[in-house]
Design a protein around this ligand. Structure first.
Ligand SMILES: [Zn+2]
Length: 691
């Protein structure tokens, strides 16, 4: 079954014989995708049908092996397509995306609900002992069983039909939810008129606000929009309390303005359908269903962590509030601290306490040096070297490629970095794979991409803020998870792990950026070459624990609400916004802080299933990164070779070959201790900031 070789003239369907076997982006055009998808989908369908209808008795190889070998063309076409959608999109590609997304989803469901295929998989565990599977093969078999069962395979036909209907309806509700939020964001703009409206706003903010105003038909003025990247800096810097309140209230009201774009009914129906789906699957609540296939395992475990953080976070936040209230009083202000005041006074206090000025630090953090630093840490921990190459055709002229060389001097991966913002690129930062690692039928080396949105400086070195440098390290941690992957089966490769474990390798990697060992060597002034001073390094690290009561409270409030909502076994005609208000009152939400995401625009949990009953995941992974990095600190050497070796073997190279909890234990020698998170955030007396 090799349709691929029979379709000449389409570079997506021809063998890639160029450098590193990388996709030939220089020859790929938008019009190649639709025929390539059609051919690749047909090929995969034929492979699945042949496996399901195989007249031979099921064996590991003719069932799981066949599934793992299927869909190679679809993987290639899809990974190239979605890489372009993220990093260099255009109208033609977006039109194809709207067509192809539901087709891909339907085909995926059709495979997971294929009775004959499921029957073959289910027949295998019975003969597991005779199969004498090695640990990784046993794991991949388990993963297939779990994925099929969680999709509803094996249920009675009427239940499967109902699940399919629920799935379709939820997909539609999720899309509408996001579109409503976007509509409310587009409908509002706050134009800043005279210089009075601009008091306190820094140059960088004014530049983007001027662009936003021009785009909104108010050239020569400044506009604040309802995107977080506009609202948060305005709240942080604007001295105009009335304008801060206005933008804050509009930001908070997204999705809750009544009328056609109100999300109230969507949230209610979503909660109800999710509970029904969980019941069909035999779980007491949607949260139980979701958590069953994670590292946390149960809602109780996730809630336990959130509550453990909540109390000290609230305690610290109340001390932070007192300090901010005192600043207001010292300025002669006669008002109570409100949510639209917090960021403004916290920013002033940060400057006063730590004397940190972004514009003073940025010259020490040029992009080129931060890339070198990220590579150097990988060299010291994992023995990797990076050799830039210019012979690979990439997806955009800005992108760069490096051969990643392992300890044995042999190439292990191709790394592609695409760092600059541009109109054709989605916002944010991410890692994706153009090819995943595998050893089935011979070793396949991964091709991994990091995409970020740093502002290009015309002619000058691109200088990063410390947050941007952290983002670079974070995404490079994900990239290493893909590049160091050393598994046989593609289903288990790299970052294909539980959603409450996947941020561990990325968040852990951030720690090495902030170490003096790294900053002393790489944080050098881009003109003079002078290293950052010891005092600057110290202040930078101390400031990491500033305002952490606020940050933990706004995050944990959203995560607690998410979990409690999805623990409702029979939500009925629930008023989700009212439920949220009751929950927040119940946990004693501080009056001067709003949840990071309020229900009517909480896209993580309502725009698709993504982080539903899963918003806790960031904090869960943070327990692992805080506790995991303490292992290095305790050893007295943050590059300790024995620890690094275990970290590589059981985490970065291991993909999903073992349960996340077992992988962590194998690295750390014990279970994670949540106290490390409290110490990292300065939420205990020990190592905390003095108020
Ligand atoms: Zn991440």
């Amino acid at each position: 079954m090799d349709q691929v070789a029979r379709t000449p003239g389409n570079p997506l369907l021809e063998p890639w014989t160029g450098p590193f076997g990388a996709p030939p982006f220089d020859r790929i055009r938008p019009e190649h995708f639709r025929p390539a998808f059609d051919a690749a989908l047909a090929e995969k369908r034929a492979e699945i049908d042949a496996t399901a209808a195989n007249p031979e008795a099921p064996t590991f190889d003719n069932t799981i092996g066949a599934l793992e070998r299927s869909g190679k063309a679809l993987d290639r076409v899809g990974s190239v397509f979605f890489a372009l959608i993220g990093a260099d999109s255009n109208d033609a590609l977006e039109e194809i995306e709207r067509d192809i997304a539901p087709i891909l989803a339907r085909q995926r469901d059709a495979i997971l609900l294929n009775d004959a295929l499921f029957a073959r998989i289910e027949a295998l565990p019975g003969i597991r002992t005779e199969l004498a599977l090695d640990a990784e093969a046993a794991r991949v078999l388990d993963r297939y069983r779990t994925d099929f069962r969680r999709a509803g395979a094996g249920l009675a036909p009427e239940k499967k039909a109902r699940l399919a209907a629920i799935g379709e309806r939820l997909a539609r509700l999720g899309a509408e939810f996001g579109q409503n939020v976007l509509a409310d964001e587009k409908a509002f703009v706050m134009i800043l008129e005279g210089s009075d409206d601009l008091v306190g706003l820094p140059e960088s903010f004014l530049a983007s606000a001027a662009r936003a105003a021009a785009e909104r038909g108010a050239p020569g003025k400044h506009a604040v929009t309802l995107s977080r990247s506009s609202v948060e800096p305005f709240l942080q810097f604007s001295a105009r309390r009335d304008l801060r309140e206005k933008i804050f209230r509009a930001f908070l009201a997204r999705g809750a303005n009544g009328g056609a774009h109100d999300n109230g009914a969507i949230m209610s129906e979503t909660a109800r359908l999710r509970a029904e789906r969980a019941a069909l699957m035999g779980f007491p609540s949607y949260a139980h269903f979701r958590l069953d296939d994670t590292m946390a395992k149960t809602p109780e475990a996730a809630l336990g962590l959130l509550r453990r953080v909540w109390a000290p976070a609230r305690e610290r936040a109340s001390r932070e509030a007192e300090a901010l209230q005192a600043m207001i009083a010292a300025e002669g202000g006669n008002f109570e601290l409100k949510p639209w005041d917090w960021r403004y006074y916290a920013e002033k206090r940060r400057k006063a306490l730590y004397d940190i000025d972004e514009s003073e630090l940025k010259p020490y953090l040029p992009l080129e040096a931060m890339i070198a630093a990220a590579f150097d840490v990988a060299h010291r921990l994992f023995g990797l070297s990076f050799v830039e190459r210019r012979d690979v055709a990439l997806h955009h002229a800005d992108a760069r490629a490096w051969t990643v060389v392992g300890r044995g001097a042999e190439p292990i991966a191709l790394f592609i970095g695409d760092y600059f913002a541009r109109a054709s690129k989605h916002s944010g930062a991410w890692m994706n794979s153009l090819r995943e690692q595998r050893k089935l039928d011979g070793r396949v080396l991964p091709i991994v991409v990091n995409v970020t949105n740093f502002a290009r400086a015309g002619g000058e070195a691109c200088l990063l803020s410390i947050d941007e440098a952290r983002t670079l390290f974070h995404e490079f941690g994900h990239a290493l998870h893909g590049m160091l992957s050393d598994v046989t089966y593609p289903l288990l490769a790299g970052t294909n792990v539980a959603h409450d474990f996947v941020e561990f390798p990325s968040q852990l990697y951030e720690h090495w950026l902030m170490r003096p060992e790294t900053l002393r060597r790489f944080a050098r002034h881009h003109r003079t070459g002078e290293p950052m001073t010891e005092a600057q390094i110290e202040r930078l690290n101390a400031a990491q624990r500033f305002n952490q009561g606020f940050a933990a409270v706004e995050y944990a409030a959203s995560a607690l609400f998410d979990m409690e909502l999805h623990l409702q076994s029979d939500p009925g005609e629930i008023d989700v916004a009212a439920f949220e208000r009751r929950e927040l009152a119940g946990i004693g939400m501080p009056a001067a802080i709003a949840p990071r995401h309020s229900a009517p625009h909480f896209q993580h949990i309502f725009s698709g299933d993504g982080y539903s009953a899963g918003y806790y995941s960031y904090l869960w992974s943070e327990v692992l990164d805080a506790d995991g990095f303490e292992a290095f600190e305790e050893s007295g050497d943050v590059f300790d070779a024995a620890l690094a070796e275990r970290l590589e073997r059981f985490v970065y190279a291991a993909g999903d070959t073992r349960e996340p909890a077992a992988a962590y234990r194998a690295f750390r020698g014990r279970d994670p201790a949540p106290d490390a998170l409290l110490r990292k955030r300065g939420l205990t007396g020990e190592r905390g900031v003095s108020e």
